[in-house]
Design a protein around this ligand. Structure first.
Ligand code: SAM
Length: 230
């Protein structure tokens, strides 16, 4: 069983995929996908020995070691040429995820699907993806242990886009696959933080225009909530 966060990533892995999990740690995601028969085989990588060992132990305990290649490596560069179709980079900061993608040119291949879960700085990741020619195909929101998470699904198209600050910070509403409770909970928590920032900046005599633009968009999206509540 996966928690809602990794479950949100799992939803986007295609049937029959050759799946890479970068920064795999415990390997929960590939083990779940293999046990469901969703993927053909998996490549698990981690920069640290300890997490990779724990992935190997969990795979052995599940009787799935034969279906997984383990790589002790930084990022995804050395995983080129393995026929990987779907790649997850989950549970890291948005800037580190962007850096891992940027250093692995083979990820800029049409048809290779990236499933990304930034724990922080999702805006930086979205801006990077747009500027580097990746299109966001979907965004999905989840809640686990009282925290909200976003999953960003992207693929290289070569079309470069410069995102507005609001687009980067919130993602495109049209990309959201399921306007569920986690999505609206996430927006509400951003709105609370945004209002606080505006008050703080006003008190300090600082410019609030950026936050006010973001808050306006948040309030517009939150108005849509009633449509989905019933
Ligand atoms: C918080 S864990 C996330 C584990 C799992 N992906 C998840 O979402 O539950 C982050 C993992 O990424 C690994 N990591 C950090 N930087 C990395 C890099 N540059 N390349 C590969 N793995 C990295 C860490 O060693 C750690 O095991």
């Amino acid at each position: 069983m996966l928690d809602a966060r990794l479950g949100s990533a799992a939803k986007f892995v295609r049937q029959g995929a050759i799946f890479a999990d970068i920064g795999t740690d415990h390997a929960h995601l590939p083990l779940f996908l293999l046990s469901e028969g969703r993927i053909e085989r998996a490549v698990c990588s981690d920069i640290n020995e300890g997490p990779l060992c724990s992935a190997e132990q969990n795979a052995a305990a599940a009787g799935l070691s034969e279906k997984i290649d383990f790589h002790l490596t930084d990022g995804a560069l050395s995983l080129a040429g393995l026929g990987i179709t779907d790649v997850a980079v989950c549970g890291m900061g948005g800037e580190l995820i962007a850096d891992i993608i940027d250093r692995a040119p083979w990820l800029r291949t049409r048809g290779v699907r990236l499933i990304l879960q930034p724990m922080t700085r999702a805006g930086e990741l979205r801006s990077y993806l747009g500027a580097a020619g990746f299109s966001v195909m979907a965004e999905d929101y989840s809640e686990a242990q009282g925290k909200y998470y976003v999953t960003v699904v992207a693929e290289y198209t070569g079309e470069r886009r410069t995102l507005t600050e609001t687009e980067a910070y919130l993602g495109r509403e049209a990309s959201v696959t399921d306007k569920n409770g986690a999505y609206f909970g996430y927006l509400s928590s951003l709105a609370v933080a945004c209002r606080r920032r505006i008050l703080g900046r006003r008190a300090g005599g600082r410019d609030t225009e950026r936050d006010e633009t973001i808050l306006k968009e948040l309030e517009k999206r939150l108005e849509g909530r009633t449509e989905y509540d019933g």
